[in-house]
Ligand binder design. Sequence first.
Ligand code: V47
Ligand code: SF4
Length: 371
Amino acid sequence: MEVAFLDKRLEKLYEKVKKGTRLSKEDGLLLFETDDLVSVGIVADFVRRKKHGKKAFYVYNQHINYTNICKNRCLFCAYAVDKGDPASYSWNMEDIEKRLMDRIDEPVKELHIVGGLNPDQDFSYFTNLLKTVKKIRPKASIKAFTSVEIDYLSRLSGLSVSETVAILKDAGLDMMPGGGAEVLSDRVREKLFPKKMGAARWLAIMEEVHMAGLTSNATMLYGHIETIEERVEHLMALRELQDRTGGFSAFIPLAFHSKNTKLHHIPPTTAFDDLKMVAVSRLMLDNFDHIKAYWVMIGEKLAQVALAYGADDLDGTIIEERITHTAGAKSAKGLTREEMEDMIKGAGFVPVERDSFYNNVHGGLPPQSKG
Ligand code: V47
Ligand code: SF4
């Protein structure tokens, strides 16, 4: 089918995409620069439909943020506080058990567990945490600890990354979330997260994690001080690593929320930019299976639209999201399975409830036919 694009430069790019030719850095820059969002969306939707047809995935999940004490204190983070702050908390195993038991009657398939770097928690805290969760929820997968936490744990234990991962796997770790990457740029790091690991280390840890047999996601925090070029370089660095390891599962663009952060002067991202980010990610990350539209950050309604701009996954039901809501997110704190499915159907797609590894948890049947 012939498509007339407003920005004629995108026609050539569409031809490349149809032939399966990898997009270059210049293509990435053009995709971000152009105002012709609809055409970018058409190209991204072509790829999305080729990979997933009308399927749109979601997971029934629960978040556990075990502590908000963090020694890194990144400037964009509203969630972390210092030790001794009246708002600080750190959950012990009884607290974790209680959180899990509060929702034990729900069909949770994935536990998403991340927290700050709290110097009072030793290595055994993390293995106990995994074992506690596995004991209470043996059938759910544990997606836990970002690259930043793995790096920290390897230092705490004095073991290599692969040895650390092997111990965590033994204790119940199934896969890793994609946080902590922020923008893979030393310039941005120096300005916004000087105490946290930089691009080279984030990528090196991910590579070792993949080599040790765990899969992970990847993210990019956008909408603050990063340039378009830095966004493209970030996507290309992920693509290059994925070529070598194949260990990334999904990519999640994270829209910056500035409320209660040191960067509160930065306005929210626009719907235009949010859709652009999803679509360009879909196009540049040709070797990633999944692109998530994280409804918590871009809102439920825009997440529906994002399904037609390259996204194939809306993440999860959640309920207790803290990181983005502390920074001013206006989205719900959680959604029911029915709400998730209505969102997807309302956007013209077919909901697939998945586990952490994108298996259909209903074995190919829609959930309502399983009673
Ligand atoms: O690492 C911190 C980011 C991440 C803010 O892998 C902020 O499935 C916006 O990584 N505004 C945590 N973002 C969230 C995350 C994630 C979420 C959903 C799914 C998955 C997955 C991963 O949130 C942090 C940081 O990059 N973040 N502060 C803020 N103010
Ligand atoms: Fe700590 Fe993560 Fe917040 Fe940075 S983003 S301050 S590492 S919790």
